[in-house]
Design a protein around this ligand. Structure first.
Ligand code: DC
Length: 230
């Protein structure tokens, strides 16, 4: 994109599951008046459809054959929260079910799925100032992003946070089970052939293992302000 065409700024926030990307991105977007785009939610919507149709998420051909029937759209509610629609049906809540997480990781390995979702993600950045979180935002979706941050934390720390969150929500899950799932998703996301999770060479690595939410949020805000001269 030439600098003349580029009207909006974009912040790419990549990293593994449970690093705190979404809560930080949402809060930073709110503070700066940017649109927060959660790209994981888009992959989750594909996963939801695949499960609903009873298709094996590892069967690339069968999943690809479903794509033409999927109309995925996103919108924002009054509180600025992203909502996902599958063929007009609001699936925002359903895509958060635990069984969708692993399925999303599996369908996201399929190149046809990634291609199918690429323009939708890029369009958001053409029309708004965005902070977009995902796995390949800085490397593939928005390689010209103005700010690139790779947010990470140790698998143990991420599992601890998720464990606490689920306990607070009244749906406790064994810590060991959470840790294994996080490690499994990390492996899938970093080892797939297409657009694997990795830090872009020009992304700033921010490890939040020793930081609390507010410290991590402040650090992301500082990096964004510094690089955008805000
Ligand atoms: O961020 P999340 O946990 O909601 O994402 C769900 C899955 O989607 C994750 O395991 C990997 C995949 N994903 C991806 O491959 N690329 C993205 N940009 C975002 C998510």
């Amino acid at each position: 994109m030439s600098s003349e065409e580029k009207k909006y700024v974009s912040v790419a926030l990549d990293g593994p599951s449970g690093a705190g990307k979404s809560s930080i991105a949402r809060s930073v977007a709110q503070e700066l008046g940017f649109l927060y785009v959660d790209t994981g939610a888009i992959y989750r919507t594909v996963a939801y459809c695949v499960r609903q149709k009873g298709v094996d998420p590892k069967d690339a051909q069968a999943v690809a054959a479903l794509l033409p029937e999927m109309v995925i759209t996103m919108g924002y509610d009054g509180a600025g929260l992203q909502r996902m629609y599958l063929n007009g049906e609001d699936v925002t809540k359903e895509i958060r079910l635990p069984e969708i997480s692993m399925c999303a990781s599996q369908v996201s390995e399929i190149p046809a799925v990634r291609d199918f979702l690429l323009d939708m993600q890029r369009d958001m950045a053409k029309k708004h100032n965005v902070i977009m979180d995902g796995r390949d935002i800085a490397t593939v979706v928005l390689p010209d992003a103005d700010v690139k941050i790779y947010l990470t934390a140790s698998a143990e720390e991420r599992a601890k946070r998720r464990h606490r969150e689920l306990r607070e929500q009244g749906t406790p899950v064994d810590y060991g089970v959470i840790l294994v799932e996080i490690e499994e998703r990390d492996y899938n996301d970093t080892h797939r052939a297409t657009a694997p999770l990795k830090r872009a060479a020009d992304a700033v690595r921010l490890d939040t293992s020793e930081l609390n939410f507010e410290q991590s949020r402040q650090e992301v805000l500082r990096l964004v302000r510094e690089q955008l001269s805000l």
